[in-house]
Structures are given as structure tokens and as C-alpha cells.
Design a protein around this ligand. Sequence first.
Ligand code: 6R9
Length: 654
Amino acid sequence: MNSIDSLLHESRRFPPSPEFVANAVATPALAAAAASDRLGFWGDQARELLHWHQPFTEVLDWSNPPFAKWFADGRLNVAYNCLDRHVLAGNGDRVALHWEGEPGDSRSLTYAELTAEVKKAANALAALGVVRGDRIALYLPVVPEAVIAMLAIARLGAIHSVVFGGFSADSLRARIDDAQAKLVITADGGWRKGKVFPLKATVDAAVEGTTVEHVLVVRRGENDVEWTEGRDLWWHEAVGTADAEHEAEAFESENPLFILYTSGTTGKPKGILHSSGGYLTQVAYTHKNVFDLHPETDVYWCTADVGWITGHSYVVYGPLANGATQVLYEGTPDTPHPGRWWELIEKYKVSIFYTAPTAIRSFMKLGREIPDAFDLSSIRVLGSVGEPINPEAWIWYREVIGGGHAPIVDTWWQTETGAIMVSPLPGITSLKPGSAQTPIPGIELAVVNDDGSPVEKGSGGLLVITQPWPSMARGIWGDNDRFIETYWEKFADAPGGPLYFAGDGARLDEDGDLWLLGRVDDVMNVSGHRLSTAEIESALVSHPIVAESAVVGAHDETTGQAVVAFVILRAEHAADHTPEQASAVLRGHVATSIGAIARPREIFIVAELPKTRSGKIMRRLLQDVAEGRAIGDTTTLADTSVMQIISDRMDAAG
Ligand code: 6R9
């Protein structure tokens, strides 16, 4: 997280160059149109950016907040909008995907080819009985089939639930169960860090006894897999033999498009639900205007995995709705050499590059000689997402990757918001390193005090969104009470309607620009991925040697935050393990229960945890310990000796 002090001293400004302004997609007229008639503006965007099989007559129905309906009487097909219409418009020969596998194999698909593949996949899925409204889980590496599968599901009006390939069998099973998925699409394995990691075996372990009827398997890793006859099918057989003709049916604008699970403040992940017309409108609009997309000439690359919201909105739906040409890369940034990303930018002449601050910071550590060895002169716009970008990383990104001239768009948004909400516009905004700056035209938000009143310029508070927006979540799958409780109850009685509480702290500077300050709840942000302290705590206590645990997000120079756990062992087991052994066992246990991304950086085995008189664990104190700070005021502690015990233990552990 940014330290507020260093932010307040950041005063550098970077106005757009006259050359950039001359060709910019977003102009001041866009902001003026949104300001004069917000709903009319969104209606215009929806009509200009998308093809509606049946036009809508009403832009927004907010009669039942917080459940919005956008363009409700319009009908469209999301996949048709991402594919067929580009081919019909004469752009079938334009490359949609330049896919690059980690071992160096590659495959480019034009819009005509991608459309044909998606039609075949839609026919194959329909033959397996998939109909509108069915839930299908995806557990795939970043291969073209991931994009093809998502679009084929959308084409049928069914609902995808993509589960990041780093999640464990238990996490996958929980998501399959929650959504009652009838089909899983996976691969034998995928490439990562020079090796094939198995995926099918994890699916085998996850689907036993669930609602899953079939497992469709893409051949990618060529690794050995177990096969369940009747249940398992190869993708290349089922899709390879399917008909390449498929007519897209139009569905209503509010037809659900996908569920994506994200960590919340309690242990159970939330299935965030998104629908079609509003979502596609806002992802297409932001992708075009925030990244200054010129689809005929730009080559765009977003490094996110399709398993995260950034992959959904800015790898699949936004770029394809806009007819963009993009790079899709399967592997890690440093395989087989630390310049792999820069080599890909040179190879494909990438002009728009979108990645996360954690990646930028790890490249900074390696030194600029690595990117300097490649020709990055094609870059003209850079994007950042996932966590606040500190000014030092911002300046390095612009200087080293952006040739000292590329504007950086620092985009704030969430799984729940569906699309970018706050970002500079590269041809308009004078950039401030470290600030996400302004809501995009059409979005209304505020920074408020705990009572919902707006803060003065120059002060901090909570970020809220004050008006409904097209790509907003339509609920939590199967648990709309939780949707209301989590996001809408805190400021339910605000004048003018309920406010959406984002869970982020923010500060308004004297110009009214926004500086994001990180989560205010028990959600950590590790390398731009959301992890819940409660979920990791519950994984830890599920291990037989653990009596109690507390997890905090500690500052980490590269990953932003890192998971640090404090664990009390059960008395009967405490003697059997040295702290080092227990910590190693438990780190592995968290990785198996949730996934490697949740594996704690450190686990401290302690005798007690600091609690308030009412029994709440004092996480702030633990955070101080985890970050190596002096212990602050402990007068509210039930037993003030506890912290002493904890720090003694840690000293002993070295
Ligand atoms: C898109 C995405 C959402 C949380 C969000 C906030 C943090 C994302 C940010 C940012 C500061 C940015 N976040 N972008 N913080 N500046 N530009 O990351 O979605 O995985 O749901 O995470 O990430 O804390 O609340 P998601």
C-alpha cells in the first residue's frame, strides 16, 4: 500500500503531448455529454458500441435497488457482438488473437477463424445438452480454447464460472457446488515456469459426487491423464467434429453472462454475477476510451489470466467487442528468460500494454538492462490495475517501458464493478503518478465519512459509488442478502438512494483527484489478487494440529501485501513439531486447501493471540509485528503480556 506521506509529496504532472491529443479517441466532448445527460449518454454508448438484435427503449430500471436492470427490453447476443459482426463488417481477416505458449509455440486466429471455432464449440456444447442458464465451470490455462469456450457459452446464453488454474481441488469443488455446474471444461495440463502443471487430475478430484455430468478436456500439456469413460471427452474430438455453422440467438439484456468468485471478508467466496448488455457496453466503452484504442492499427496486450475479472473484461469481452488485435500469453514473465514479456512486445509490436504494479516492481528489481535489450518503441499507452501503483514504479514504468512518453492509465475497479470506474483518460488528463485521478465519464462517485457525508478536498475517507452503472454486479449467486449486506447496507439511507460501498479507502487531493489507499476490510491484496484473511484462517484451523489462527496482510515490497499467519498449536501436538516444521506443514496445507497464491509468506507459531476485552483479535497489532514495527498502544488488550509473548517467540524463531 502507498504510504500517505510519500503520496502527499508527489507533485509531478504529465500532460498529454499535442501529438497524442490530436489523435485521441476520448475528447472533452465525451465528458461533456456524460455530464449533461448521464443516462442518455449510456444509451448512446450502448447503441454505438454494440449490435442489438432488438433495440431497447429504456436505459435504466432502478425501481428495485440495488438490483439494476440496464437496457432491459433490448435483446442481443454477446458472442455475436464479439465475433460475427466484425466478420460481417469486412474485418474477418484481422487478427483477433496472437497466442503465444510458454514453450514458444504460437498460434494466430483471425476474427473469421475465431468465429468459426466458437460456432463449432457452441454446437458441441449444445450437443452435450447445454442450454441457456446452465452453469459451466472452466479450469484452464491461458490458451485460445479458454476464450473460445467463454464465448461459446455466452453464445448459448449459458453462464460461465471461470476458476483460476492455481486454485486447489477443494476450491474448485466449492465453486462447482455453489453454482451447481453441469459441465467442466479443463485441459490435461498447462505450461508454467518451464514445466507442465496438471489440471485434469485436480478436476478429477473436484467433481466426484457433484452435479457435473461431463468433463471436456483440451489437449495442451500432453501429460498423462486418467479417463472416466462416459464422463470425459476430448475437446478436439467433440469440437473438432462439430458443425461450423451456428446462428446466434438474441437474449434479453439482463440474461446472466458469468459468475466469478471473489474473496470477501468471510470465509466463503462470493459468486459475483454479471449480465449481458450493460456489462458489454461498459467494458467496450472503457476499453476503447481508457486505452485510446485504434482497432485497425493497435496491438493490445493485457497480461491478466482469464481466471480473474481483468481477464474477463480486458482480455475477452472488451477487446473482442471492439474488434481489437491482441496478444495472449500462456506462461510466466520470466520463462525461459527474464525478458520474455519485452521480447513479446518487440515480436508483436504491442502498442497498448496493461499489467499490474506487482509485476512492474519485480521488473524494477531485476534492473532496466533487461527491458532495454528489446525494442519497445511500439508502446504508446500503458495501463496499471489491481492495486495502487507507487510513484516510483509509475515513473519507472513510463521511463523504461513507455520510452519516457507513454501515458499511464491507473485504472481502479473491482470484480463487482465489472469494468473500469476510475482512470485518467490519456488524451485529456494531466497525469499524476500514483493517483487514479478521476471517475470515467458516466460514473458518479464520492469519498465519504463513516456517516456517508462527503469529505472535503484534502481529506480521506471511504470510496463509494453514488449512482448505478451499466456493468455493476447483479447480485451474489444464490445469496442476494449477502449482496445487500456486503455492499449496500452501510450507506443504505443516503439521500438520493443507497451508496455502493467498495471496501477501499481513498483520499481526495486539493484538485479533487482520487488517491486509492487500499482495503479497509479484512481483504488482502497480494500481487493484485484478493485474498480473505477469514478464508485462510479457516483453512489453517481445518488442520488437526491448529487450535487458533490469525492472518494479516503485511507490507511487501514486490507483491504489495503478503500473507502472514499467527498460529496457536493444539497442546497435544505442540510438542511433536518444532515451529519450523509446523510452519512448513501449514504453509503446504494452505496451498492445498485454497491454492498456491494463498500460501503464507510466514507463519509464526505463538502461544497466545492479542485480543480485545470483547474477544476480537487485534489485527492491527499483529500487522505491526508482521511488518517489524514497534508495538503500539496495547492498553485495550485483555492481557498486555500477550504481545510480549508473541515477540519473544518470534525472536526465538529468528
Ligand atoms: C480489477 C481488480 C479489486 C480491489 C479493489 C482495490 C484494488 C484494483 C486498483 C486497486 C488501487 C487501482 N485495486 N485496482 N487499488 N488502484 N488501480 O483488481 O479487481 O480482483 O476484484 O480487486 O483491488 O482494493 O477493491 P479485484
